[in-house]
Design a protein around this ligand. Structure first.
Ligand code: TXA
Ligand code: MG
Length: 357
C-alpha cells in the first residue's frame, strides 16, 4: 500500500483536503491526523473491518481498546448508553480538549473497538484539523496513537511515517502537536470515578470540576487492577534499554553521572534523556566521555517548564533512540502539573527498570 502524505494548515485547514480525508474514512481507509495531544490513526468506529485494520497496521493486541473521537459533545449519545451528570459536566468543562471519558457503550459500537468491554472511551479533540475531519466524516472515529505498538506516540507526521509508512492510506501533516502527551482518561463506569491514565489535563484541573475523581495511586496498592486495559503491556519502549532514575534532583544527577561512566567504561554507547537543567548540572562530568563519542545527550524541556517537557518528551526519546545507543538513562521532571504524565510515560518506557536514589 502507498501511504499518501498531505500537508494541511493547522490553523486553517483546507476544506478540500479535509473532505478527501473524510471520504477515505467513510470508505473504510486508515487516516492518520494531528490532534492537540499526539497524532491519531483513525478509522470509522462503526465499521468493524476498518477498525480491524487499525490493529493490523499497528501490530496492536486485540485486548487493548481504542478511543472513539467525536466532533462535539452532542455525539455522546451515538456511543454511550448512559451519561452520568458528573461525566457530562467534565466534558462540558474540558471538551474540546485532552480529556477522554469512559462510559457504558451502546451496542452499535463494535466489540473490536472496546476489546470486548461493556464500556467505551470517548474524546472530543480540539485540534482544528481533527475537528474539521470529524465533522466532515460524520461518523465517530476510532483512533489510537499513530505509532507501531509499543513505540513512543508520534508528535509529528515524520514519526507516523517512521512507524507506519506503507501500512496506512493517508497522513494529514499538520506540523508538530502542541501538548505532546496523550489525553487524560477518566473512567465514569465506577464510583468514585477514577483517573486511569494521567495525561494532557492535570488531576487538579479535573478535580476542580469533579472533586470526586480519584487518581489511580490514591486507591492504594491495588494499582495494577486500576489501570486501563492495555496499559500494562509494553509501551513507549525505545530500542535501547531505558532506566528511569527517581529521587531528589541532585542525587539523581550524581547517580546518572556515575552509572554513565561505568557503562561507557565497558565500551557501551550510552544516551542521557533529561530536562535541560539536569544536563547543565551533568555537563562537567560528561565532557570527557562525550568527546570519546560514547555518550549522547538529549534534552527535553526543563524542570521549570513542565508544559515544554511534555511537548518535547516523545520526540526527544525517538531522536536519542535513533542515535543507536544501547542504554538510555532518563531523569524526570517533578510530579507537579503535567509532570505526573511525563513521569508515567518514562516509567512505562523503563518497563520496570526504575532506580530510586
Ligand atoms: O490523546 C489521546 O488520547 C490519543 C489521541 C490520538 O486522541 N489517543 C491515544 O489512544 O492515546 P491509545 O490507543 O494510544 O490509548 C488508548 C487507551 C488504551 O490503551 C486503554 O488503556 C484506554 O485508552 N481505553 C480505551 N478504551 C477503554 C475502556 N473501555 N476502558 C478502559 N480503558 C480504555
Ligand atoms: Mg498509544
Amino acid at each position: 500500500m502507498i501511504t499518501r502524505i498531505v500537508a494541511v494548515d493547522p490553523a486553517q485547514p483546507d476544506p478540500a483536503v479535509i473532505e478527501q480525508a473524510a471520504q477515505a474514512l467513510r470508505a473504510g481507509c486508515l487516516v492518520a491526523f494531528p490532534t492537540e495531544t499526539v497524532y491519531g490513526l483513525g478509522a470509522n468506529a462503526l465499521d468493524g473491518e476498518a477498525v480491524a485494520r487499525i490493529f493490523e497496521a499497528k501490530g496492536r493486541p486485540a485486548t487493548d481498546p481504542l478511543i472513539v473521537h467525536l466532533a462535539h459533545i452532542g455525539q455522546l449519545s451515538i456511543c454511550a448508553s448512559h451519561v452520568p451528570p458528573a461525566a457530562r459536566k467534565l466534558g462540558l468543562a474540558f471538551w474540546a480538549g485532552p480529556l477522554t471519558i469512559i462510559l457504558p457503550k451502546k451496542p452499535q459500537i463494535p466489540d473490536s473497538v472496546t476489546a470486548g468491554l461493556p464500556s467505551v472511551a470517548l474524546r472530543v479533540p480540539s485540534h482544528r484539523v481533527a475537528r474539521a475531519l470529524l465533522e466532515m466524516a460524520g461518523v465517530p472515529v476510532a483512533a489510537p496513537s499513530a505509532n507501531r505498538f509499543s513505540r513512543p506516540s508520534p508528535t509529528t507526521a515524520a514519526h507516523v511515517l517512521a512507524d507506519l509508512d506503507s501500512r496506512i492510506d493517508l497522513v494529514l501533516d499538520g506540523g508538530p502537536t502542541d501538548i505532546g502527551l496523550e489525553s487524560t482518561i477518566v473512567d465514569f463506569t465506577v464510583d468514585p470515578p477514577v483517573m486511569r491514565r494521567p495525561g494532557g489535563l492535570t488531576l487538579a484541573q479535573i478535580q476542580s470540576v469533579v472533586p470526586a475523581v480519584v487518581a489511580i495511586a490514591a486507591r492504594g496498592h491495588a494499582d495494577v487492577a486500576q489501570l486501563s486495559p492495555g496499559q500494562l503491556t509494553r509501551h513507549y519502549a525505545p530500542r535501547a534499554e531505558l532506566t528511569l532514575y527517581d529521587g531528589m534532583a541532585e542525587k539523581v544527577i550524581q547517580r546518572v553521572a556515575a552509572d554513565t561512566r561505568t557503562l561507557a567504561a565497558t565500551g557501551a554507547r550510552v544516551g542521557i534523556l533529561a530536562p535541560e537543567d539536569d544536563l547543565v548540572a551533568l555537563a562537567p562530568e560528561l565532557a570527557a566521555l562525550a568527546s570519546h563519542g560514547r555518550v549522547e545527550v538529549q534534552p527535553y524541556g526543563s524542570r521549570r517548564d513542565p508544559v515544554r517537557a511534555a511537548r518535547e518528551l516523545f520526540a526527544a526519546l525517538r531522536a536519542l533512540d535513533a542515535t543507536g545507543v544501547s542504554y538510555i538513562l532518563a531523569t524526570s521532571i517533578g510530579p507537579e502539573g503535567l509532570g505526573l504524565a511525563v513521569r508515567d510515560r518514562l516509567a512505562r518506557a523503563a518497563e520496570g527498570r526504575i532506580r530510586r536514589v
